[in-house]
Write a protein of this length. Structure first.
Length: 231
């Protein structure tokens, strides 16, 4: 009986210091039901309650970090497997990819504007590189015929040199190939997410004297439509 009394006293002391049930059970090896009975009327001071709350938060954070790590590992495994499924691209495959990219992000000729030059716009640096590879390696467009214009919100005016260097490094072109920056007006109540130090605006890619090249691209797009069976 005396040993049980000592265990009960120890459990009560630990509880008053803010120990959780699981922590107390490591020090006092009794049934959890017994511990609950001993401690049901033991109140905790504010400091002890805070300790328990902090431990719960710490435990939750550890669980969240573990889930995040697991999610990142799974995500990377999926992406690596998918990446390897692509394999080496042939010139024809890259040609079709470039046509699809322009179909999605390029300027097309309209009835009211039949002299539309080639213009491709995007903010994804990898897509920009693929499109430039398509222009130069597949379509044999001379580097001297390619020029750029950055479109960016005026809130990034203090980062202009950084933004210019970013796109120059991304494209592999000199800043001499870049036209005057196109500034977008800032809206005070905007909810846009493209802000901060990772915001580099939109890059427009132009080809000199390329009206007929644009018409040719439209023909390629028509060919994809025709031979994919959608028209």
């Amino acid at each position: 009986m005396i040993p049980k009394l000592k265990e009960k006293e120890k459990a009560i002391k630990l509880r008053k210091r803010g120990f959780s049930y699981s922590e107390i059970l490591k020090e006092v090896p009794v049934a959890k039901s017994t511990l609950s009975l001993w401690l049901k009327n033991i109140g905790l001071a504010k400091k002890q309650k805070q300790r328990l709350t902090e431990k719960k938060l710490a435990s939750a954070l550890r669980g969240a970090r573990a889930k995040r790590t697991h999610r990142l590992v799974i995500t990377e495994e999926i992406k690596n497997k998918a990446r390897n499924e692509i394999g080496k691209l042939s010139d024809r495959e890259l040609w079709l990819i470039g046509i699809a990219l322009y179909w999605a992000e390029g300027s097309k000729q309209k009835e009211h504007n039949v002299s539309q030059a080639v213009k491709f716009s995007n903010s994804d640096p990898l897509m920009v590189r693929v499109f430039l590879q398509w222009l130069q390696n597949i379509c044999k467009i001379s580097k001297s015929d390619i020029y750029f214009r950055i479109a960016i919100h005026e809130t990034a005016a203090n980062r202009l040199e950084e933004v210019q260097r970013y796109w120059a490094n991304t494209t592999g072109f000199s800043l001499n190939n870049f036209l005057k920056t196109d500034w977008k007006k800032h809206k005070i109540n905007t909810r846009r997410k493209n802000v901060g130090d990772k915001y580099y605006g939109l890059l427009n890619i132009y080809i000199k004297s390329s009206t007929n090249f644009n018409r040719k691209i439209q023909g390629w797009i028509g060919g994809i439509s025709k031979y994919s069976g959608i028209v």
